[in-house]
Design a protein. Sequence first.
Length: 263
Amino acid sequence: MATDDLLSNSVIIAAHPDDELLWFGAILKKVDRVIMVYEDFWPNPEVGNARAAVLDDYPRAGVTSLRIAEAATHSCADWNDPKLSEYGIELGFEATKRDLKQSVKRLLGKSRAPRGGINAHYKQNFERVYTALKPLLMPEMNVFTHNPWGEYGHEDHIQVFRAVDRLRGEIGFTQWMTNYCTDRSLPLAMTYTQDDNRDYIQFPVDGTYADTVADVYRKHGCWTWADNWRWFPFELYCRAPRQQSGGGLEPGLLPLNLFKFAA
């Protein structure tokens, strides 16, 4: 597919503000629209305000937010034995531990966590994401979103991928995913190596523009990544798989921007 065709009627759907830059930096300036999914973050209410300020100050037009509140799931899955679910990825003991801690805080009047627990909030968010995105996506679109292992292994990224994938089946747009991966998410990524119809296209990263956007996040105090992060010279996007590889299939090619993640 030609580059011009790929970026025609195109949208980035990124889980959190700054994801659109970290994982889609090569096309951030070129797509028609950018949609952020999550905004408020109950462990720190100031995060949502800062993210909203970034959107008001963003150095390009067409960037919006669905303003869905995060469930605070990061590192709640068992990444030694990850299991996918209809709403994203199964959460493990860490989610239970956080819920117990919040229950104690709630008795003391100090908890900001939503009632029902992290698992319930995460499941509900899948339907919120699905419902909010459905009227925004059309059959002829090229939709760029997270990969099914969540780049460095983020539970919300996987949830966004799976919500978009469900909509792809209903609407029929073309879904493209990023090629970032880490040591933590690699075992899950390796379950997606087989796809006879995998299309790839490569774009160079504009480091100067990426720095400009990152500085806006730093200005408003909600840059979540390492200050010494170096942009990859290129990013590769491939047509998203419709399912994990089945047993007994010959392995396919899975080119990755692989980096080590310090949890």
